[in-house]
Design a protein around this ligand. Structure first.
Ligand SMILES: [Zn+2]
Length: 376
């Protein structure tokens, strides 16, 4: 209609598809029903989705789905990625259509347009290309699990299966035309401080107070925003057993985010030094465990996927809008593995809240853009 001159039938089909996806419960690690539905749906379009064995490693009830929409055009394959999981509260989601084309939940759950709108759009674009018998390149499809849990699903997927060197990840909220310019490195950490227990009333001199060592260290940490592109947080402390015992163990957990990967690593080693320092000063011992969930990237002006996106937007007179996120997405993992992905807007707003909404016209616009990218 607005952008593609599409008929009412395909508008209805897209809306119905979106509503159907919303109606399926698909919390992170519980995407089984969604995966089964998508296998059946895509198979009816002639596309076999294979489920990988990542469930064994993620602890979820299904794996990632991978397939290819084979084309005859002699061009390098392209990957389109969307995640199957939604955040809580997300059980019993209902899509409610309003007179102005807005679609919301009933207010008691998220809508799950994050990321059902992406899946609906990919399915609709494929259907239109098939119906119109348009020549296209090989389109690889990856539907991931547990994106919302620090991209656990795609991290467990064997990305060497992907032939595409360029990818579009549909997972950006806000106006159509948006894309993610940067995403940060995210490192989570836990420091463990081991002291020595003793009776606090009878022989406090015999103890080494792990809480004291931890609190001295915490007081020296660059908590908050250590520089203009990094954050540092302590979120959880556990330790001690009783008020009359000198505590012998404390754990301190937190996270570091930074748009510059090296700076995140520097912050971590600085924290490590501080903990070791303060522990040593009291005769305690500090160790650290850390996990890099995401690795930062920044899209260059001449990034090949970005240039394709710009061209597709141009055709529909939509301006590209860059967004800087301090969250992460499956694209961090693609980029780290040599696939130049671009995260693009997919008609979702106020995500991760019960006010989440989408709009039918925006869904159509994104479908038109995705079609353009598939046909390019
Ligand atoms: Zn998402």
């Amino acid at each position: 209609m607005i952008v593609t001159g599409k008929n009412e039938m395909s508008t209805q089909r897209l809306t119905d598809q979106f509503k159907k996806l919303v109606s399926i419960d698909s919390l992170s690690f519980h995407e089984r029903d969604m995966a089964d539905y998508l296998k059946e749906k895509m198979s009816s379009l002639g596309i076999d989705l294979l489920e990988d064995d990542s469930a064994e490693r993620t602890g979820g009830n299904c794996g990632n789905l991978y397939g290819c929409f084979h084309g005859s055009k002699d061009a390098e394959p392209l990957l389109f990625l969307a995640h199957m999981d939604t955040v809580a509260p997300g059980i019993g989601k209902k899509a409610i259509e309003h007179a102005d084309g807005t679609i919301t939940s009933d207010g008691s759950t998220v809508l799950g347009a994050d990321d059902a709108s992406a899946i609906a759009v990919i399915i609709e674009a494929i259907q239109e290309i098939q119906e119109e018998k348009l020549p296209h390149r090989d389109i690889e499809i990856l539907f991931t699990t547990a994106e919302e849990a620090y991209t656990v699903g795609v991290s467990a997927f064997d990305l060497s299966k992907i032939r595409a060197k360029k990818a579009f990840v549909l997972d950006v909220s806000g106006p159509v035309g948006g894309y993610q310019l940067t995403e940060p490195t995210l490192i989570s950490f836990t420091f463990t401080i081991k002291g020595k227990a003793s009776h606090a009333g009878f022989e406090p001199e015999e103890g080494v107070n792990a809480i004291l060592a931890a609190s001295r260290a915490i007081g020296r940490l660059p908590i908050g925003r250590p520089d203009d592109h990094s954050t540092f947080n302590i979120g959880v402390i556990n330790g001690g057993t009783a008020t009359n015992i000198v505590p012998d163990k404390v754990t301190v957990s937190g996270e570091i985010r930074s748009l510059v990967h090296e700076d995140a690593l520097k912050l971590l080693s600085r924290a490590e030094e501080i903990f070791k320092d303060e522990a040593e000063a009291l005769g305690a011992e500090a160790t650290v465990q850390h996990n890099t969930f995401l690795e930062a990237y920044r899209i260059a002006d001449d990034d090949p996927a970005f240039l394709m996106y710009k061209k597709a937007l141009d055709k529909h007179h939509i301006e590209p809008r860059d967004r800087k996120s301090f969250g992460g997405s499956d694209n961090n993992v693609l980029r780290r593995n040599g696939i130049d992905g671009l995260c693009i807007a997919n008609a979702m707003n106020k995500i991760h809240s019960c006010e989440e909404y989408t709009n039918i016209r925006d869904l159509e616009k994104v479908t038109a853009i995705v079609r353009e990218l598939m046909l390019n």
